[in-house]
Design a binder for this molecule. Structure first.
Ligand code: GLV
Ligand code: MN
Ligand code: MN
Length: 476
């Protein structure tokens, strides 16, 4: 029998912490659910007698809210933008310092820490049955230019605190619990979103393409990674791949990044699916020329082609008729960028998403047709229309969602099921592990801007739900 059973408090937990559901749910299914039999065999007590032990355990979960807030604030100072903005770009000096900060906290939490060739950082709390696939959790700490301090960070610092919460409560995991700090969820530097989790999911084309990927300054991905201390002895990034089944479950805590939870006064969002994202780059080329001397009829203005395409993207998105279809031209660059020069080149980066993949693909097709039509009409060259990524949506795992719902109930927190319109590393973890996500409200739904904010109470609630869900999953 495992050492877990030598600890009195752990014994209680085993009795009380039934995996997927509150005690009332357990009682209702107790005859048909084989897990109850297993738990009873383990503990030697009938599960249904453990109501008060569950509530004792749940009320013993205490988050050090002030410490966590201090960490959130401190991490935000590793930034290339003045506060309250945060800019933290992959493999820059600030990113490296922030990574050191996270590894230190993982160490202080007693986790065993490792990093892979692209700098995904893993901190493992070894369970009583270390040979079982662990339960994973985590998120990212990179921050797009002039953004805020909660996006991703809550899922990393919050996960470390969740482990501390469980340790303080006397809990002993059966499966190991592992925090992952993913490399570059944001596409800022190399144009590739969820770079670390895509690689973990074993996407070979990405591992190959990264050998020749450069940033806007023509610095190669591998040189940048090496400057941060990664990818040192290898060009082959397939060492990062994880096998399917490496985790028994993966659950990410994140701010909602939308207004629904706050507007409805609900504490927790249990994510049922993550919308399908796509990104596209487009280049137009014209002849440029003098802004005064070149008359309007002879111009082929690459800037106006870009402007027209940006409006076409909006039109095609709205034509879908669904509120779930969105499209954004987040980057629009003109060359040479002088007030008295007709743009000779333009570059757009288009982000479009939908929970419905087919509808999202229709937007991409229509956008492509518009780019061709606009180029012909304006006599500019469509020199590139490149789909950078065109990912399918991901569904959450039912059992993981149920565990998060049960945790919310046991903590007396209101919750609702919802979709994630933002993408997350969980989108790719879903390829190798059952996946779930927990959302907390954020002020007015603000995200990707400095005003991003979640209250201490909401952060604390999220950490507690994460801690309790991890505890349940670790005993499964
Ligand atoms: C993530 O940052 C996203 O853009 O959804
Ligand atoms: Mn983000
Ligand atoms: Mn994020």
């Amino acid at each position: 029998m495992s050492s877990r059973f030598c600890h009195c408090s752990s014994l209680h937990l085993l009795i009380g912490l039934f995996i997927f559901g509150s005690i009332s749910a357990i009682s209702a299914h107790e005859n048909e659910d084989p897990t109850i039999k297993t738990m009873e065999a383990f503990s030697g007590y009938p599960i249904h007698e453990s109501n008060s032990l569950v509530s004792d355990f749940v009320s013993s979960l205490s988050v050090e809210t002030q410490t966590l807030q201090n960490q959130i604030d401190e991490l935000s100072t590793f930034s290339d933008a003045p506060a309250p903005s945060v800019t933290r770009i992959l493999y820059t000096e600030k990113d490296v310092l922030a990574r050191r900060y996270i590894k230190n906290l993982m160490g202080l939490a007693g986790l065993s820490v490792r990093e892979d060739a692209v700098g995904n950082i893993f901190g493992r709390w070894i369970g009583d049955e270390p040979e079982l696939p662990p339960v994973g959790t985590g998120s990212h700490i990179d921050a797009i230019p002039y953004s805020g301090k909660y996006d991703g960070v809550i899922g990393v610092l919050g996960a470390i605190e969740a482990i501390n919460v469980l340790k303080r409560s006397g809990f002993k995991p059966k499966r190991s619990l592992e925090i992952i700090m993913f490399t570059s969820e944001e596409p800022t530097r190399f144009g590739i979103s969820c770079l670390g989790s895509r690689l973990l999911a074993g996407i070979e084309t990405l591992a190959n393409n990264l050998k020749s990927t450069v940033d806007g300054q023509n610095i190669s991905f591998l040189d940048a990674a090496r400057s941060a201390g990664y990818a040192n002895d290898q060009d082959d990034l397939s060492s990062v791949f994880l096998k399917k089944g490496s985790y028994s479950a993966f659950i990410e805590l994140h701010i909602e990044q939308g207004p629904i939870l706050e507007e409805e006064g609900i504490s927790i969002g249990v994510v049922t699916a993550i919308a399908a994202p796509a990104s596209i780059t487009v280049d137009f080329e014209g002849n440029g020329g003098h802004a005064g001397a070149a008359l309007m009829p002879i111009r082929n203005d690459a800037g106006l082609a870009a402007a027209e395409l940006a409006l076409a993207v909006e039109k095609h998105v709205l034509e879908s008729g669904s509120i779930d279809t969105v499209g954004t031209v987040g980057i629009l660059e003109l060359h040479p960028g002088a007030i008295n020069s007709i743009p000779s080149r333009s570059h757009l980066e288009i982000d479009t998403r939908d929970i419905d993949e087919k509808r999202r693909n229709t937007v991409i097709e229509k956008t492509h047709r518009s780019a061709t039509t606009i180029a012909n009409k304006r006599r500019v060259k469509l020199s590139e229309f490149k789909i950078i990524n065109q990912d399918p949506p991901a569904l959450s795992d039912k059992l993981i969602s149920e565990a998060a719902e049960a945790a919310s109930k046991e903590l007396n927190l209101t919750y609702k099921k919802m979709i994630s319109r933002a993408y997350h590393d969980s989108l790719f973890m879903a390829r190798i592990s059952p996946m779930g996500m927990i959302f907390i409200p954020c002020y007015k739904g603000y995200s990707h801007k400095p005003e991003e904010f979640s209250s201490r109470e909401d952060v604390t609630n999220g950490v507690k739900v994460l801690a309790l869900t991890l505890a349940k999953l670790s005993l499964h």
